[in-house]
Design a protein around this ligand. Sequence first.
Ligand SMILES: Cc1cc2nc3c(=O)[nH]c(=O)nc-3n(C[C@H](O)[C@H](O)[C@H](O)COP(=O)(O)OP(=O)(O)OC[C@H]3O[C@@H](n4cnc5c(N)ncnc54)[C@H](O)[C@@H]3O)c2cc1C
Length: 318
Amino acid sequence: MAAPTIVRHGSPALRERLLRPLWTGEEIWCQLFSEPGAGSDLASVATRAVRDPGGGGRTAGWIIDGQKVWTSLAHRARWGLLLARTDPDLPKHRGLTYFVCDMTAPGVEVRPLRQLTGEAEFNEVFLTDVRLPDDLRLGDVGQGWQVARTTLMNERVAIGGRPTPREGGMIGVLARAWRERPDRRTPGLHDELLRLWVRAEAVRLTGLLVRQRAAAGDPGPEGSAVKLSYAALTQAASGLELELLGADGLRYDGWHMRRPDRVDMLGRTPGYRYLRARGNSIEGGTSEILRDIIAERVLGLPAVPRADRNTAWKDLPR
Ligand SMILES: Cc1cc2nc3c(=O)[nH]c(=O)nc-3n(C[C@H](O)[C@H](O)[C@H](O)COP(=O)(O)OP(=O)(O)OC[C@H]3O[C@@H](n4cnc5c(N)ncnc54)[C@H](O)[C@@H]3O)c2cc1C
């Protein structure tokens, strides 16, 4: 998500500084987009970025104030992809600017948020008088929405179109459970397993196609379809796994508070998979929002009416 955004919108100096340690995994990134008042309606973000003229020993740049939420792995992140409001007098999509946030800067506070699985994979992040130099800006002032769209489109491909071998991922886990538990087999479960297997193959092959387009620079709105299908498939497969395993499937590897380093759907217990999969249809854009995108931008259906497009952000009811 970060790399394609930096490649497309970053200055040569930023690309030089940020891409290699991102690729090697030496520097972890997080996404500072969602806020308590802006999720699906991301263009409403209220975190402010105000120009800092510098002076008194300070270099000129920006002062950031606001709150972000659901920030996955912020507790491990060196850098954050930050969407902030630079002009509240403009309509919501036009007053945004995109920054790389230094997560070690004074004023960045990361607090864990415990989720359904018992652990805190994500966080709330408070930004109080955080100073960022102007050379950490990605894209022009006021162009934040265009830059954010690059991140969002690539995020959907990253979630839904990850490279998976045939019968890999959740469908592989399910097929293994089927083979290992002949005592639990029924014709109904068999039908359902085969239906999911076919869907998994379709998602996998479409994911390959969309990844190729993303690598060529433009994932396109079809990435939303892959992410939508992936979420539905993972939820159905993790549900069927529990059905197949019966009481054994309800075993859990502990509800104690943990701060994971990554999301590991396959290496954990069926109970964890079932619970964690609920988030798949929310993270990276909810399934409802993705259906809207597919309807408008892939199928060419009429757009949802948007009455707030030309009103200054500061005048919108919030
Ligand atoms: C596991 C997980 C990890 C996440 N990690 C990150 C992260 O790292 N960084 C980050 O910035 N965010 C992250 N998120 C947040 C995620 O992007 C948001 O939760 C998501 O965009 C939805 O926003 P919301 O929670 O504010 O829900 P809302 O936008 O309030 O939506 C609530 C419900 O209303 C529906 N709805 C809203 N608007 C419409 C509409 N116009 N038409 C139809 N239905 C609608 C939604 O589909 C949803 O069902 C994460 C979320 C999860 C679950």
